[in-house]
Design a protein around this ligand. Structure first.
Ligand code: AHG
Ligand code: MN
Ligand code: MN
Length: 334
């Protein structure tokens, strides 16, 4: 059995110039994940379910667990000298870690502390997503928004924690994707899937089909293609939608599939956030042999202009994302 801590230290030795800072940062995320795991698992027993009565800067109601997870992760990251600041789906602005320690931190962390808010109260899988960049402003100064508005291909690490039937942490530093299952009796994450790749065969599609009428024509045509009978390509495909990006992505990563949150008539840029959701998942997808696109362009090449910017999102097995892109190109909206 190999623990996440041991695995990270072992990998670090492969890189002679590594200073161990990223290792320390990942262990802060690990600690945050354990705290969130613990509280999610007794959620029905303590006063942590339901809405907080507050909305975030995007006008979405914040659940108590959204805020709880945000505070716990922020505290775990602030306790480390490696992090100069964070940006979070639950914070209006960037949070700059003040003082000498924060100003000398080399990294910034962007996060969706609790993904899948609509599933919190009903005991369905939720997640945490994180994305790590090296700051671009000089060391010894407070970080600015510029440090956070970097294209996804500049990420140095990204990952998620899925709180499902077991809790798993899945991450990449650009050398493949590795997954660790949490053993609550020992309090450690143990390596369970090394070098995860999307399987060659892919036949699942995940999309909120209730919005069908508002989808772009290319997505409508692609969905009909998924539902057609064709033995050679194993169609019809199977539909699976949990409504937590982390859980849907995780299943598709292990089983082969595509997740789509397209633009809709009411949300021209879709619902998912480029910096906290799409970039980290896109980095993981590419590292696992998959693909991530906005329907036309590679997600990791988009240069962000706003912290809470949204983007249409197609992610998963390469062949399925490429098919969906072909339909988008072939059937543009008038
Ligand atoms: P969050 O809970 O962080 O706001 O994210 C929810 C996202 C994503 O996880 C999920 O796949 C999607 O919203 C579900 O949206 P719909 O309910 O519109 O399908
Ligand atoms: Mn989310
Ligand atoms: Mn969230």
């Amino acid at each position: 059995m190999k623990t996440l801590g041991e695995f990270i230290v072992e990998k670090q030795q492969d890189f002679p110039h590594a200073t161990g800072e990223l290792t320390a940062l990942l262990s802060a995320i690990k600690l945050g994940a354990k705290i969130i795991h613990r509280d999610i698992n007794k959620a029905g027993l303590v006063d942590i379910l339901g809405t907080s009565g507050i909305s975030n800067v995007q006008g979405e109601v914040q659940m108590k667990l959204d805020l709880f997870a945000n505070e716990k992760l922020k505290a775990a990251l602030q306790a480390r000298g490696e992090v100069a600041g964070i940006a979070s789906e639950e914070e209006d602005e960037i949070v700059v870690f003040q003082g000498e320690r924060g100003e000398n931190g080399k990294y910034v962390v962007l996060m969706d502390p609790l993904d899948g808010s609509s599933n919190i109260d009903v005991n369905v899988s939720v997640g945490t997503i994180f994305s790590i960049y090296r700051r671009i402003t000089p060391l010894g100064t407070p970080v600015t928004e510029e440090d956070f508005l970097q294209p996804g291909h500049a990420q140095v690490a990204a990952g998620y924690v899925v709180y499902g039937s077991s809790t798993m942490l899945v991450y990449t530093t650009g050398y493949g994707v590795h997954a660790f299952t949490y053993d609550p009796s020992l309090g450690v994450f143990c390596l369970s899937h090394e070098k995860v790749r999307f399987p060659a065969k892919a036949n699942m599609y995940s999309i909120n089909e209730g919005n069908y009428i508002r989808f772009p024509l290319g997505v409508k045509k692609y969905l009909k293609y998924c539902q057609e009978q064709d033995e050679a390509t194993s169609r019809p495909y199977t539909s699976r939608y949990i409504g937590s990006l982390v859980a849907d992505f995780h299943r598709n990563l292990l089983k082969g599939g595509i997740y789509i949150y397209p633009s809709t008539a009411s949300h021209p840029n879709g619902k998912l956030r480029l910096l906290y959701e799409c970039n980290p998942m896109a980095f993981l997808a590419e590292q696992a042999g998959g693909k991530a696109s906005d329907g036309q362009h590679r997600i990791l090449d988009i240069v962000p202009t706003q912290l809470h910017q949204r983007v249409p999102f197609f992610v998963g097995s390469r062949s399925m994302v490429e098919d969906a892109e072909r339909f988008m190109a072939q059937f543009p909206d008038e």
